[in-house]
Design a protein around this ligand. Structure first.
Ligand code: SF4
Length: 349
């Protein structure tokens, strides 16, 4: 017997498609999006044996079908919502949360235990990276703890269980071209293992995203269609401060990626910028770099506290907050670009 939402469905209710299509494999929780986007109450819900159709997943879906978003932090999450009719008319309303016909029928029936598995799986279980950016961590992470090892095993099991339903795989958190586990996972992708896999999306720091590594990681790397590169700087001195990497090497790799994008090898190329006191003055140069490369989008996000610095140091960096003494200067710098459709500012200006 399938679980059903308790009340009759109001057609005007706006629905987030993520919990009906996506799963992030990092925690034991059911996290269809970023775990930080949920309230504390959500994290206390029992997960159940199978995170995809467990108690927590069903409770989130049940509430969302009723238009109840109290478990979500909608100030942080800006995923667009749609009515069920709109989703039925456009199942790929959000490219990263494509809904199958069966899932749409289940949603219409108020069924929160879904047929099949997720169409999108985001693999974020491996934190290993070649850099140690303060927007993410306090020090280098080149090895994994025994608990993280278990997380990797669980992720592999989850991927095996849902290999039939997955259409898009995302690799982020750790660096996909650095972590041995992520490299193995990427290289091993094939139509025999994932019969419906259409694309891989990566979030990378770009320093190892070169032709050599793409070749080494074939055949799996051939699935990479969407490329997102975290840059956080518009010039070499700022990059040294915010990321500590080799700016010239990054520019060379970005040039190659942009050329591949123009040639149709990728369908998407975007740059990311975590905005903070140490880098915001270089925003115009970063925007210019994106324009020269012809990227599809450049994202500017707020600087969240990941425990990489003291409370005082963190507060000093948070220029995205309206009460920060330098927020006015940030607004002045970003002002001329506000209407550019290829730039997305994820904080108030
Ligand atoms: S509304 Fe936002 S936080 Fe809630 S499930 Fe959707 S994407 Fe996640």
């Amino acid at each position: 017997m399938k679980s059903r939402s308790e009340t009759a469905r109001d057609p005007a209710i706006k629905i987030c498609p993520y919990p009906f299509a996506r799963m992030t494999t990092k925690f034991d929780l059911f996290t269809p999006c970023c775990a930080d986007w949920f309230s504390e109450a959500y994290h206390f819900l029992e997960v159940g044996d199978d995170p995809w159709n467990g108690t927590q997943a069903q409770e989130l879906r049940r509430r969302i079908l009723q238009g109840d978003y109290r478990l979500c932090n909608r100030q942080t999450c800006n995923v667009p919502l749609a009515t069920l009719e709109e989703l039925k008319a456009s199942p790929a309303y959000i490219a990263e949360a494509v809904l199958s016909r069966e899932v749409l029928a289940a949603m219409e029936a108020g069924q929160v235990e879904l047929p099949g598995g997720p169409s999108v799986i985001s693999v974020t279980a491996d934190p290993r990276c070649n850099l140690k950016c303060p927007s993410c961590r306090a020090d280098h992470i080149h090895t994994v703890t025994p608990d993280e090892e278990k997380g990797l095993e669980k992720t592999e099991a989850f991927l095996r269980n849902h290999r039939e339903s997955v259409r898009l795989l995302k690799f982020g958190n750790g660096e996909v071209f650095f972590s041995p586990w992520l490299r193995r996972m990427l290289k091993g992708l094939s139509s025999e293992v994932y019969p419906h896999l259409e694309a891989v999306s990566i979030l990378s720091n770009g320093l190892l995203a070169d032709e050599h590594n793409f070749k080494l990681l074939e055949p799996g790397s051939k699935y990479i269609k969407r490329v997102n590169i975290s840059v956080d700087a518009g010039n070499a001195p700022t990059y040294r401060k915010t990321r500590g990497g080799d700016w010239e090497r990054l520019l060379k790799n970005l040039g190659w990626l942009a050329q591949q994008r123009r040639a149709g090898r990728f369908e998407w190329l975007a740059l990311y910028f975590v905005t903070r006191k140490d880098n915001f003055e270089s925003i115009p140069e970063f925007i210019e770099l994106g324009r020269e490369l012809g990227v599809d989008m450049a994202y500017f996000s707020a600087f969240f506290d990941r425990g990489s610095m003291s409370d005082g140091e963190y507060r000093e960096q948070t220029v995205h907050l309206p009460l920060h003494p330098l927020h006015g200067r940030l607004a002045e710098i970003c002002g001329p670009y506000r209407t550019d459709q290829k730039l997305l500012f994820r904080f108030p200006l």
